[in-house]
Design a protein around this ligand. Structure first.
Ligand code: ADP
Ligand code: MG
Length: 583
């Protein structure tokens, strides 16, 4: 959602820089709008002649020529309108397209910590809603400013030309109208800021409900959620009503002020000396023009607030684009590494948080070995695994892969070395086959695909589906069970042939039956790789070459299964607990 702050000209300049590549369209649009306004003014300026010469003087030639003139004028006006609208929209949609693409690409490059701190709903609404707002509000504001501005100016000039005495009243009421406009736009700004905030709450609240739909159902939270939403919904409505009320009051006020001008003109016309110098045509035209000025004046009243709204949406988009992307200053391009991992005195605090999560973590995992991380939840196991792909920068300390400090490696080549299977499998709305081959840089043969699908026990369930491996699995694989999703993730990791493997509670969400099946797939996966296995069930890691026991961000014990049991410390305690619990 757009953040409520006053908007500086710098934002407007920056937005304008997006228009630059499309400036030709912009210029044509402006010309079209000017043409439109001038045609209108020209038409009105012909009215006195029409009335005085045509009707009063009964000049039939003049009258015969008039219909052609009317149609001609309207054709011209229509053309101008079309060109202006088309070009303005062309520019606007191009700018929106550019902004959307930039946002999309930037989101992907932002560090994980940025995504941790911002809700998905908020980020999505910037791509969809805010960019659209920028286009709508600024192009409407521009159209009003150029077209109605030119129309008002033209009309006023014409009125002065025909009778400066009557038109002089404008000099008096213009400042009064200006004051009203100022007051009103101030209030508009406040209200539209409130509306944008309220809209943000509406999105967030809906998103929360949709994401947690099942939880709400099972805890019977419908009433609470509904009431919460009703409150937010009502706030939005009330702001809307206030906005409309302000608009209506301002329009009426300006019209009443304008009526004074009209009254003045009529009053002036009652003076004999004025009447003598005034033709019926000029009088009608001036009165008519004054009436006609009301609509554009009304629109010009709100143009500033409209602009502000667009610019504040632009500001919120630029704020994201200005966020620094992931640091990728490393110069070492890792080829296929052997897989020696070394953590050295790693301390870590999540960005934007005070609590230190990892303290002085040092350990090594030699190539091909399996290291298990165990410990209570919240002890920092997942954190360790997300430091290896450099999702976060270390607070202090170093991590080495094959004696390369990972800080010196390019992100792409570093991440190429790792395959991660975690508890939360992310699948794309695509076929099983494409999900398995996701991110593969080289073409995968059918035989290769079948081989990994077989090894990961994917074929086992895929062959029962209608289209086999080509079955499309729905958004995030909704049509699959947890175990099936897990197996796809394992196949994906197998195909990747990365030398380092991270398994983060890869099987903890599964029942024993599925787990047993997956265990053999995992065994396949562990062969010949350096593996970091995080497991909740200790039975799954008994064979690890080394077990690291974590507690509150510190390594408290380290050794193999038997030596740790013999120590009779934290690991032995955990083991006994589980032994009593599960078997
Ligand atoms: P484990 O995997 O051992 O259960 P984690 O590594 O997930 O533990 O979490 C360790 C600590 O870090 C916890 O106290 C948790 O609250 C905190 N933490 C985890 N992820 C984040 C995050 N993205 N932002 C801030 N704090 C986090
Ligand atoms: Mg975890």
């Amino acid at each position: 959602m757009a953040k409520p702050t006053s908007v500086s000209p710098a934002i407007a300049r920056r937005l304008l820089s997006y228009v630059k590549p499309f400036r030709l369209g912009f210029v044509v649009a402006a010309l079209g709008m000017l043409g439109y306004a001038l045609v209108d003014v020209y038409f009105i300026s012909k009215l006195p002649g029409f009335i005085d010469e045509g009707i009063n003087a009964k000049n039939t030639d003049y009258l015969r020529y008039a219909p052609v003139f009317v149609i001609g004028i309207f054709v011209l006006r229509g053309c101008c309108n079309f060109i202006a609208s088309y070009c303005l929209n062309w520019v606007g949609t191009n700018v929106v397209q550019t902004l959307r693409q930039q946002l999309f690409d930037h989101y992907m490059q932002l560090p994980v910590s940025y995504h941790d701190q911002h809700s998905t709903g908020e980020l999505i609404s910037k791509v969809t809603y805010n960019t659209e707002q920028i286009k709508q509000t600024t192009s409407r504001a521009l159209a009003v400013m150029v077209r109605e501005g030119a129309f008002v100016t033209g009309l006023v000039v014409m009125m002065f030309y025909h009778s400066w005495q009557l038109s002089a009243i404008f000099l008096l009421i213009a400042p009064v109208i200006a004051i009203v406009v100022r007051l009103v736009s101030k209030r508009f700004r406040l209200l539209s800021r409130n509306i944008q905030n309220a809209m943000g709450d509406v999105t967030t609240s809906s998103e929360q409900m949709l994401n947690g739909h099942k939880v709400i159902l099972s805890f019977g939270g419908q009433k609470i959620e509904s009431e919460r939403f009703a409150r937010i919904n009502n706030i939005t409505r009330r702001q809307d009503v206030k906005m409309e009320a302000t608009r209506a009051i301002s329009v009426s006020t300006i019209q009443i002020i304008a009526s004074f001008a009209l009254a003045f003109v009529v009053y002036m016309a009652s003076f004999p000396e004025m009447l003598d110098s005034l033709s019926a045509g000029v009088f009608t035209t001036i009165v008519g023009s004054m009436m006609m000025l009301l609509r554009p004046l009304k629109q010009l009243t709100t143009v500033n607030s409209e602009f502000q709204r667009g610019l504040s949406a632009a500001k919120s988009v630029f704020e994201v684009l200005d966020q620094p992307v992931e640091q990728d200053t490393g110069t070492v391009t890792l080829d296929k590494v052997a897989g020696d991992i070394r953590f050295e005195k790693v301390n870590f605090t999540y960005p934007g948080h005070d609590k230190q999560v990892l303290f002085d973590i040092s350990f090594t995992a030699a190539r091909g070995k399996t290291i298990a991380l165990v410990g209570r939840s919240g002890s920092g196991k997942t954190t360790i695994s997300s430091l290896l792909p450099r999702f976060y920068e270390l607070t202090s300390g170093d991590i080495f892969i094959d004696e390369h400090n990972i800080r010196d490696c390019t992100l792409a080549s570093l991440r190429q070395q790792l395959a991660v299977v975690s508890q939360h499998v992310t699948l794309f709305n695509d076929s099983i086959a494409n999900n398995i081959t996701y991110g593969c840089t080289v073409p995968v043969s059918d035989a290769q695909l079948l081989a990994v699908a077989e090894k990961a026990h994917v074929l086992e369930f895929a062959s029962q589906l209608k289209d086999g491996l080509n079955t499309v699995i729905g958004e995030n694989g909704v049509s699959l069970s947890g175990g099936q999703r897990q197996r796809i993730a394992i196949a994906r990791a197998l195909l990747r042939e990365a030398p380092i493997l991270i398994l983060d509670e890869a099987t903890s969400a599964l029942d024993t039956e599925s787990e047993r099946k997956i265990q053999s797939a995992l065994g396949e996966l562990l062969k010949g790789r350096t593996s970091i296995v995080i497991a909740h069930r200790l039975s799954t890691i008994e064979n690890a070459d080394s077990i690291i026991v974590m507690d509150q961000g510190r390594i408290v014990e380290q050794g193999d299964h038997h030596s740790l049991l013999a120590q009779n410390g934290a690991y032995a305690q955990l083991y006994k607990l589980q032994f009593g619990e599960t078997q």
